[in-house]
Design a protein around this ligand. Sequence first.
Ligand code: NAD
Length: 370
Amino acid sequence: MFELMDEWGPEKVVCVSDSRTGMRGVLVIDNTARGMGKGGTRMSPSLSVAEVARLARVMTWKWAGVDLFFGGAKAGIRFDPSSPDKEAALRAFVRLLSNEIPSEYVVGLDMGLTERDAAIVQDELRSRGAAVGTPAELGGVPYDQLGVTGFGVAEATDAVFPLSGRRVVIQGLGAVGRAAARRFAELGAVVVAVSSALGAVHDPAGLDVDRLLAVPDDSAVPAYSGGTQLALGAELLVPTDVLAPCALQDVIDASLASRLSCSFVVEGANMPTSLEAQQVLAARGIPVLPDFIANAGGVVAAAYAMDARLSPFRPDPAAIYATISTKLRANAQTVISAASSAGTTPHQAARSLAESRVRTAMQLRGRLPL
Ligand SMILES: NC(=O)c1ccc[n+]([C@@H]2O[C@H](COP(=O)([O-])OP(=O)(O)OC[C@H]3O[C@@H](n4cnc5c(N)ncnc54)[C@H](O)[C@@H]3O)[C@@H](O)[C@H]2O)c1
C-alpha cells in the first residue's frame, strides 16, 4: 500500500473483511485538501486495492477540474454483485466502516451497486446521510433518468465549438449517449450517426433523434428505419464536425486518430482516447475535450445529491441542469484556452489546472510549504 502513496495521497486506506459472507472491502480517501473525499462505491468479484486507489485519484482531479469543493475518495467491495448474499455483504461493509461513514465518506453508486443498495446503506447505518444515489422516492437525485452526464457533454462542447448546424456522431446509446443525443439536437446540431453494441446507423442528412430515442434500449439502432446500417466501429470514421465517443474506454488509438474525419472530439466516456491518439489529434489541429471536463455533469449532480441527503426538500432538476451548464461551459472554455496559450493538449492543460488547484489548497492548509 505504501507504494501507492505519493505527494497527493492517499491520506487514508481502510480495509475491512467479513468472515460470514467472505466480503473484503476497502475505502481509499485520496486527498481532502479541497474538501471531504467523495467518490462512488464499486462492487466486483475481482476488485483490487490498487484499482480503488487509482479511481480515488481520478476523483481528486475530477472534483478539482470541475471546481467543486470535494476531495477524492473511492470505496470497493470484493464480492459478486449477483450473489444472493449481496445485501448481507453490503450491510457488513458499511457496518465495519461506521467510524468513517458518513463523517469522512458517503457511499455512492458505481459498478455493481444500484439505487436500492444505496437505500440499504442508509437503512443499515440508520442515516440518510450515509449514501447518495438513492431512489427518487427517498429524495435521491435520479442521475441517469435526468441524463445529467450526456446533457453536460453537449453543453461543454457548445461552449467551445458552437453546435448550431454542426454534424455530430455519437458512439454508444446508453445513459450518456442518449442524453447527449437529445441535448446535441436541442442545441441545433444534426446527429448524423449513432451506434450501440448492436450496430451503427448513418444518415448524412441527419437521424431523427426523437424517433431513435423512442426505443428505450440498444435495439434502437438496428430497428431504425432510414439511413444506412454500418459495421460496428465504422461510425467513428464517418465525416462529421463533432465526434462523441460515449460508450467504452480505449476506442481511439493513434492509428484510428490519424484517420478520423472530424474537427472536434468530446470524450463522453471515460478514457476513450489514448495518450498517443491525443497527440496525433493535436498535431492534426483537432481538439479533444477531456473526459473529466466534459462528462462532469454526473459529479455536479452528485454534489447536489450530497446536499439532498441532508434536506427534506426534493432536489430541483432545473437547478441541477443550470449549474451543469454554467460550470461545464466555463471549465471547457478555461481548458481549451489554457491549452492554446500553453501549446499543450487540452488533457495536459486540464490536468495541470486540477493539480494547481489541489496544490494551492494543500499549501493554504499548510500541508505543503507555501
Ligand atoms: N452514466 C454516467 O453518468 C457516466 C458519468 C461519467 C462517465 N461515464 C462513462 O461513460 C461511458 C458510458 O456510460 P453509460 O452510463 O452511458 O453506460 P451504459 O451501459 O448505459 O451505455 C453504454 C452504451 O455503449 C454501447 N456500446 C457498448 N459497446 C459498444 C461498441 N463496441 N460500439 C458502440 N457502442 C457500444 C452500449 O450498447 C450502450 O448503448 C462509460 O465509459 C462510463 O464510465 C458515465
